[in-house]
Design a protein around this ligand. Structure first.
Ligand code: PHE
Ligand code: NA
Length: 504
């Protein structure tokens, strides 16, 4: 008989862990800048539309598949849609493999900067410190090197060890416990940070810059694409995470209410981060005597590791603020990384019958080696940015399109899944949900995918050479597809179809 599948100890463990996955770098460093650049306050309209028409419906789809078919992405999707489904599941696992490799690097940087905050180690040239002293990015344009950077290397090894050991402890003692500790700390730390930021001189200007609506932006399709892509990445949907976490829920579970809680918590954290980040940027602009529009580095790596350190250096009580910011970033990234790796390990455990410790130490160790070779050296920064772009905008969006088409059009599992979602839930889903996931979803996402592909082909990303982008960007996606094909062809330890879906 198949071993008993691990279960969260209760609904709270699941909800907190799912929020832990959702709340990540996307909330803190992506949402505020994206909102600002895409219509400010007016961005909330496409954002909410995207949340209601695609984010939550696809979140429910992930939940329904993972719970009803009780498996990691490859197993659950195999049970829904045969080999085609399984290969999609492995593609989602491969996306997580790539993301894990660079996400850990950011986690390591955040952890290092938490320590650097004590004495504001970056001094008064935060940008120079980050690229020069800290990462030692070669200034001659070298793309690959094997020169290790000791400081980064140590932090990276440490983060891998922590994550692997946690995941080796299993779903309850590892994943759930880590989230139950980290998430309250994150919320408290971040709320303190936001409150502090609101009292900085210039904070109000920052908030005005973020929230003043530019309604003309709504006529730009690019703004809508930005909203859908923010929601997707932010909710961690369509790449196996929510499916895997849902597979650990007890048999008789309310499916939809926790989904609404997770989505609401994630969006609230995004708005909160927008307030905190822009209040802080308002202070910076005020210090420099410039407008917010003149500032650079408002998202991503630049915001977190260049702009914020520069601001912290000018602030009374800077070390405390820096610790709050980088501490929050570390916890947010750690709880997301746990979910990413859980997708990978769960897939391997389900298919090959490997033990949890075997998967965590063996597969996790192998990923750690790759991550350390790529990001413990002087070349980490460039590859990170490129892989991130392709994994998110091609990988995840592509996976969502294929998933909705395979499950709802080819396999026609829509009614079965909507019945499953509603059986024990207080919030019932019906025809509206089905229309959203099966018709609107694939159209909007397919459109986004095509627009992105054309744009990436026509305009070399960030001005990198086409050869480099072919290898690192497109190459990553090809590697995901190839990896998924190989994994699908390998034999199952236990027959995946020997199974009865849960009648709830
Ligand atoms: N949802 C996370 C965020 O908003 C991002 C994430 C990416 C989570 C990859 C898990 C895996 O930052
Ligand atoms: Na998020």
């Amino acid at each position: 008989a198949a071993p008993q599948r691990a279960e969260w100890t209760g609904q709270i463990g699941f909800i907190i862990s799912a929020i832990g996955s959702a709340v990540g770098l996307g909330n803190i460093w992506r949402f505020p800048g994206v909102a600002y650049e895409n219509g400010g306050g007016a961005f909330l309209i496409p954002y909410i539309v995207a949340l209601l028409t695609a984010g939550i419906p696809i979140l429910f789809l992930d939940y329904a598949i993972g719970h009803r078919f009780r498996g990691s992405a490859p197993l659950a999707l195999r049970r829904v849609a045969g080999r085609l489904g399984e290969s999609l599941g492995w593609f989602q696992v491969m996306i997580c493999v790539f993301i894990a490799i660079y996400y850990t690097a950011v986690l390591a940087w955040a952890g290092s900067y938490f320590v650097f905050s004590f004495d504001l180690r970056w001094g008064d040239d935060a940008g120079g410190f980050f690229q020069g002293e800290f990462l030692r990015v070669p200034d001659d344009g070298t793309l690959f090197s094997m020169d290790f950077v000791p400081g980064v290397l140590i932090a990276l090894v440490l983060m891998w060890v922590v994550t692997i050991v946690l995941l080796g402890q299993g779903v309850v003692k590892g994943v759930q416990r880590a989230n139950m500790i980290a998430m309250p700390l994150l919320v408290i730390g971040f709320v303190v940070l936001v409150v502090r930021a609101l009292f900085l001189p210039g904070a109000a200007d920052g908030l005005n810059a973020l929230f003043t609506p530019d309604f003309a932006a709504l006529a730009d399709p690019g703004v809508w694409v930005a909203a859908y892509s923010q929601i997707f990445f932010s909710l961690s949907v369509a790449f196996g995470i929510m499916m895997t976490y849902a597979s650990y829920r007890k048999r008789r579970s309310n499916m939809t209410t926790p989904g609404l809680v997770v989505a609401f918590a994630n969006s609230s954290f995004e708005i909160l981060a927008g307030i905190g980040v822009f209040a802080t940027l308002g202070f910076f602009a005020h210090q420099q005597g410039v407008g917010i529009a003149d500032l650079e580095g408002l998202t991503g790596v630049g915001l977190a590791f260049v702009t914020f350190p520069a601001i912290v250096a000018e602030m009374p009580g800077g070390p405390f603020f820096g610790m709050l910011f980088f501490g929050s970033l570390t916890l947010a990234a750690l709880t997301s990384l746990i979910s990413i790796l859980e997708v990978v390990f769960a897939g391997i455990i389900d298919k090959f019958g490997m033990s949890r410790k075997g998967a965590a130490y063996g597969i996790g160790g192998a990923l750690a080696v790759v991550s350390i070779l790529l990001f413990g050296t002087t070349t980490g920064l460039i590859a990170l940015d490129t892989i991130d772009k392709w994994a998110n905008e091609i990988g995840i969006v592509g996976s969502a399109v294929v998933m909705t088409v395979t499950v709802l059009w080819i396999r026609r599992a829509g009614r079965e899944l909507s019945g499953h979602l509603s059986a024990l839930s207080t919030f019932k889903v019906g025809r509206t949900w089905l229309l959203l996931v099966s018709v609107l979803g694939p159209i909007v996402l397919g459109y986004m995918l095509i627009v992105t592909i054309i744009d990436l082909i026509q305009n070399p990303y960030s001005g990198y050479s086409p050869g480099y982008l072919l290898v690192v960007g497109w190459g990553s996606v090809f590697a995901m597809i190839a990896g998924s094909a190989v994994l699908t062809l390998l034999p199952w330890k236990r027959d995946p179809s020997n199974f009865v879906p849960w009648p709830v």
